[in-house]
Design a protein around this ligand. Sequence first.
Ligand code: ZN
Length: 245
Amino acid sequence: MLLYLKSIFFGLLGALLVNYLADCLPHKRRPSMPICNHCGKRLSIVRYLALRQCGHCGQRRRLRYGLVALGGVGLVYWIQVYPVRLDFWLSWLVLVVFGVITVIDIEYRVVLFETVIAGGVVFLAIGVARHGVLSTLLGGSVGFLSMFGLYWLGKLLLKVRKRASSPGEEALGFGDVNLFTILGLLLGMPAVLVALWIAIAAAGVFSGGVVVRMWLSRNYRTDMAIPYAPFLIFGAFALLYLVRP
Ligand SMILES: [Zn+2]
Protein backbone atom coordinates (compact mmCIF):
# COMPACT_ATOMS: atom_id res chain seq x y z
CA MET A 1 0.00 0.00 0.00
CA LEU A 2 2.83 2.34 0.97
CA LEU A 3 4.53 1.41 -2.29
CA TYR A 4 1.53 2.63 -4.32
CA LEU A 5 1.05 5.79 -2.26
CA LYS A 6 4.73 6.66 -2.58
CA SER A 7 4.64 6.00 -6.33
CA ILE A 8 1.60 8.21 -6.82
CA PHE A 9 2.80 11.04 -4.59
CA PHE A 10 6.41 11.29 -5.76
CA GLY A 11 5.49 10.38 -9.34
CA LEU A 12 3.01 13.25 -9.54
CA LEU A 13 5.42 15.60 -7.77
CA GLY A 14 8.14 14.78 -10.31
CA ALA A 15 5.67 15.14 -13.17
CA LEU A 16 4.58 18.56 -11.88
CA LEU A 17 8.20 19.68 -11.76
CA VAL A 18 8.91 18.34 -15.27
CA ASN A 19 5.79 19.99 -16.72
CA TYR A 20 6.49 23.29 -14.97
CA LEU A 21 10.16 23.44 -16.06
CA ALA A 22 9.31 22.34 -19.62
CA ASP A 23 6.78 25.22 -19.74
CA CYS A 24 8.96 28.04 -18.45
CA LEU A 25 12.53 27.16 -19.47
CA PRO A 26 12.10 27.42 -23.27
CA HIS A 27 10.53 30.89 -22.87
CA LYS A 28 12.39 32.34 -19.86
CA ARG A 29 15.58 30.27 -19.68
CA ARG A 30 15.19 30.02 -15.91
CA PRO A 31 12.52 28.92 -13.41
CA SER A 32 9.87 31.65 -13.37
CA MET A 33 6.26 32.23 -12.40
CA PRO A 34 4.00 29.71 -14.20
CA ILE A 35 3.45 30.66 -17.85
CA CYS A 36 1.40 29.40 -20.78
CA ASN A 37 3.60 27.13 -22.88
CA HIS A 38 1.88 28.36 -26.02
CA CYS A 39 1.90 32.17 -25.78
CA GLY A 40 4.47 32.55 -22.99
CA LYS A 41 2.24 34.87 -20.89
CA ARG A 42 1.85 34.65 -17.11
CA LEU A 43 -0.74 32.35 -15.63
CA SER A 44 -1.93 32.58 -12.03
CA ILE A 45 -0.74 29.75 -9.82
CA VAL A 46 -4.35 28.67 -9.18
CA ARG A 47 -5.17 28.58 -12.90
CA TYR A 48 -1.91 26.77 -13.59
CA LEU A 49 -2.38 24.08 -10.95
CA ALA A 50 -6.06 23.60 -11.81
CA LEU A 51 -5.01 22.94 -15.45
CA ARG A 52 -7.47 25.57 -16.69
CA GLN A 53 -7.03 26.92 -20.21
CA CYS A 54 -4.87 30.01 -20.80
CA GLY A 55 -6.72 33.30 -20.32
CA HIS A 56 -4.62 35.05 -22.99
CA CYS A 57 -4.60 32.70 -25.97
CA GLY A 58 -7.19 30.09 -24.94
CA GLN A 59 -4.66 27.28 -25.19
CA ARG A 60 -5.93 24.17 -23.45
CA ARG A 61 -3.39 22.34 -21.40
CA ARG A 62 -1.82 19.73 -23.55
CA LEU A 63 -2.11 16.00 -23.48
CA ARG A 64 1.52 16.13 -22.36
CA TYR A 65 0.53 16.90 -18.75
CA GLY A 66 -1.37 13.64 -18.54
CA LEU A 67 1.31 11.59 -20.26
CA VAL A 68 4.08 12.98 -18.04
CA ALA A 69 1.97 12.30 -14.93
CA LEU A 70 1.34 8.69 -15.99
CA GLY A 71 4.99 8.22 -16.87
CA GLY A 72 6.06 9.76 -13.56
CA VAL A 73 3.93 7.43 -11.43
CA GLY A 74 4.99 4.40 -13.49
CA LEU A 75 8.69 5.22 -13.26
CA VAL A 76 8.66 5.96 -9.53
CA TYR A 77 6.92 2.60 -9.04
CA TRP A 78 9.59 0.96 -11.24
CA ILE A 79 12.59 2.36 -9.35
CA GLN A 80 11.15 0.94 -6.13
CA VAL A 81 10.45 -2.60 -7.31
CA TYR A 82 13.36 -3.16 -9.68
CA PRO A 83 16.93 -3.64 -8.42
CA VAL A 84 18.30 -0.39 -9.85
CA ARG A 85 21.76 1.10 -9.59
CA LEU A 86 20.89 4.37 -7.86
CA ASP A 87 19.01 4.95 -4.63
CA PHE A 88 15.48 6.32 -4.65
CA TRP A 89 16.20 10.04 -4.34
CA LEU A 90 19.06 10.14 -6.81
CA SER A 91 16.94 8.16 -9.27
CA TRP A 92 14.06 10.57 -8.79
CA LEU A 93 16.34 13.54 -9.49
CA VAL A 94 17.92 11.89 -12.54
CA LEU A 95 14.47 11.04 -13.93
CA VAL A 96 13.28 14.65 -13.49
CA VAL A 97 16.32 15.90 -15.48
CA PHE A 98 15.69 13.22 -18.14
CA GLY A 99 12.02 14.21 -18.29
CA VAL A 100 12.62 17.95 -18.68
CA ILE A 101 15.18 17.49 -21.48
CA THR A 102 13.03 14.90 -23.28
CA VAL A 103 9.83 16.97 -23.21
CA ILE A 104 11.59 20.17 -24.34
CA ASP A 105 13.39 18.38 -27.17
CA ILE A 106 10.18 16.76 -28.43
CA GLU A 107 8.23 20.04 -28.28
CA TYR A 108 10.89 22.55 -29.36
CA ARG A 109 13.56 20.38 -31.05
CA VAL A 110 16.19 21.89 -28.80
CA VAL A 111 18.35 20.83 -25.87
CA LEU A 112 18.72 23.98 -23.79
CA PHE A 113 22.18 24.88 -22.56
CA GLU A 114 20.68 25.71 -19.16
CA THR A 115 19.33 22.18 -18.71
CA VAL A 116 22.70 20.75 -19.78
CA ILE A 117 24.57 22.82 -17.18
CA ALA A 118 22.12 22.07 -14.34
CA GLY A 119 21.91 18.39 -15.29
CA GLY A 120 25.68 18.26 -15.75
CA VAL A 121 26.35 19.37 -12.18
CA VAL A 122 23.99 16.69 -10.83
CA PHE A 123 25.38 13.97 -13.13
CA LEU A 124 29.00 14.89 -12.37
CA ALA A 125 28.38 14.55 -8.63
CA ILE A 126 26.54 11.22 -9.04
CA GLY A 127 29.19 9.95 -11.48
CA VAL A 128 32.10 10.72 -9.15
CA ALA A 129 30.28 9.13 -6.20
CA ARG A 130 29.40 6.00 -8.21
CA HIS A 131 32.56 5.20 -10.13
CA GLY A 132 35.26 7.71 -9.25
CA VAL A 133 36.76 10.76 -10.90
CA LEU A 134 38.67 9.05 -13.70
CA SER A 135 35.85 6.92 -15.08
CA THR A 136 33.47 9.89 -14.83
CA LEU A 137 35.70 12.35 -16.71
CA LEU A 138 36.63 9.69 -19.25
CA GLY A 139 32.93 8.95 -19.75
CA GLY A 140 32.20 12.64 -20.33
CA SER A 141 35.10 12.99 -22.80
CA VAL A 142 34.17 9.85 -24.74
CA GLY A 143 30.53 10.98 -24.76
CA PHE A 144 31.54 14.35 -26.16
CA LEU A 145 33.98 13.01 -28.76
CA SER A 146 31.75 10.22 -30.09
CA MET A 147 28.78 12.58 -30.43
CA PHE A 148 30.92 15.33 -31.90
CA GLY A 149 32.12 12.85 -34.54
CA LEU A 150 28.52 11.90 -35.37
CA TYR A 151 27.59 15.59 -35.46
CA TRP A 152 30.20 16.30 -38.15
CA LEU A 153 29.31 13.13 -40.02
CA GLY A 154 25.68 14.30 -40.07
CA LYS A 155 26.71 17.71 -41.38
CA LEU A 156 28.83 16.07 -44.07
CA LEU A 157 26.02 13.76 -45.17
CA LEU A 158 23.60 16.68 -45.44
CA LYS A 159 26.11 18.55 -47.56
CA VAL A 160 26.67 15.58 -49.86
CA ARG A 161 22.96 14.99 -50.33
CA LYS A 162 22.21 18.72 -50.60
CA ARG A 163 18.79 17.93 -49.25
CA ALA A 164 18.85 20.54 -46.53
CA SER A 165 15.46 22.15 -47.04
CA SER A 166 16.21 25.03 -44.71
CA PRO A 167 19.60 26.74 -44.35
CA GLY A 168 19.98 26.03 -40.65
CA GLU A 169 18.92 22.40 -40.76
CA GLU A 170 21.14 19.96 -38.93
CA ALA A 171 20.93 16.18 -38.75
CA LEU A 172 22.14 16.25 -35.18
CA GLY A 173 22.10 19.44 -33.14
CA PHE A 174 24.95 20.61 -30.98
CA GLY A 175 22.58 20.28 -28.03
CA ASP A 176 22.74 16.51 -28.59
CA VAL A 177 26.54 16.66 -28.28
CA ASN A 178 26.23 18.58 -24.98
CA LEU A 179 23.59 16.17 -23.72
CA PHE A 180 25.62 13.07 -24.45
CA THR A 181 28.63 14.64 -22.72
CA ILE A 182 26.73 14.94 -19.44
CA LEU A 183 25.21 11.47 -19.87
CA GLY A 184 28.81 10.27 -20.21
CA LEU A 185 29.59 11.86 -16.84
CA LEU A 186 26.62 10.07 -15.29
CA LEU A 187 27.38 6.65 -16.79
CA GLY A 188 31.16 6.71 -16.79
CA MET A 189 33.44 4.70 -19.02
CA PRO A 190 32.85 2.13 -20.59
CA ALA A 191 29.06 2.22 -19.94
CA VAL A 192 28.75 5.38 -22.06
CA LEU A 193 29.69 3.41 -25.19
CA VAL A 194 27.02 0.79 -24.50
CA ALA A 195 24.47 3.59 -24.03
CA LEU A 196 25.51 5.05 -27.39
CA TRP A 197 24.84 1.74 -29.15
CA ILE A 198 21.46 1.39 -27.45
CA ALA A 199 20.59 4.97 -28.48
CA ILE A 200 21.65 4.42 -32.10
CA ALA A 201 19.72 1.14 -32.29
CA ALA A 202 16.59 2.70 -30.77
CA ALA A 203 16.77 5.70 -33.12
CA GLY A 204 17.28 3.30 -36.04
CA VAL A 205 14.21 1.24 -35.14
CA PHE A 206 12.16 4.43 -34.72
CA SER A 207 13.35 5.87 -38.07
CA GLY A 208 12.57 2.53 -39.74
CA GLY A 209 9.05 2.75 -38.34
CA VAL A 210 8.67 6.30 -39.66
CA VAL A 211 9.85 5.24 -43.14
CA VAL A 212 7.41 2.31 -43.19
CA ARG A 213 4.58 4.64 -42.16
CA MET A 214 5.51 7.13 -44.90
CA TRP A 215 5.68 4.27 -47.38
CA LEU A 216 2.26 2.98 -46.36
CA SER A 217 0.71 6.44 -46.60
CA ARG A 218 2.61 7.20 -49.86
CA ASN A 219 3.79 10.43 -48.30
CA TYR A 220 7.56 10.71 -48.53
CA ARG A 221 9.49 13.42 -46.78
CA THR A 222 13.27 13.45 -46.61
CA ASP A 223 13.52 16.53 -44.43
CA MET A 224 11.89 15.02 -41.34
CA ALA A 225 13.68 16.29 -38.25
CA ILE A 226 13.77 13.61 -35.56
CA PRO A 227 14.50 14.72 -31.99
CA TYR A 228 17.51 12.68 -30.89
CA ALA A 229 17.66 13.61 -27.20
CA PRO A 230 14.94 11.09 -26.23
CA PHE A 231 16.98 8.26 -27.78
CA LEU A 232 20.21 9.33 -26.07
CA ILE A 233 18.34 9.52 -22.79
CA PHE A 234 16.75 6.14 -23.46
CA GLY A 235 20.25 4.68 -23.88
CA ALA A 236 21.29 5.97 -20.45
CA PHE A 237 17.93 4.99 -18.94
CA ALA A 238 18.18 1.44 -20.26
CA LEU A 239 21.61 0.97 -18.68
CA LEU A 240 20.61 2.45 -15.35
CA TYR A 241 17.10 1.06 -14.99
CA LEU A 242 16.47 -1.83 -17.36
CA VAL A 243 19.67 -3.89 -17.11
CA ARG A 244 19.99 -5.82 -13.87
CA PRO A 245 23.05 -4.75 -11.84
ZN1 ZN B 1 -1.47 31.24 -23.71
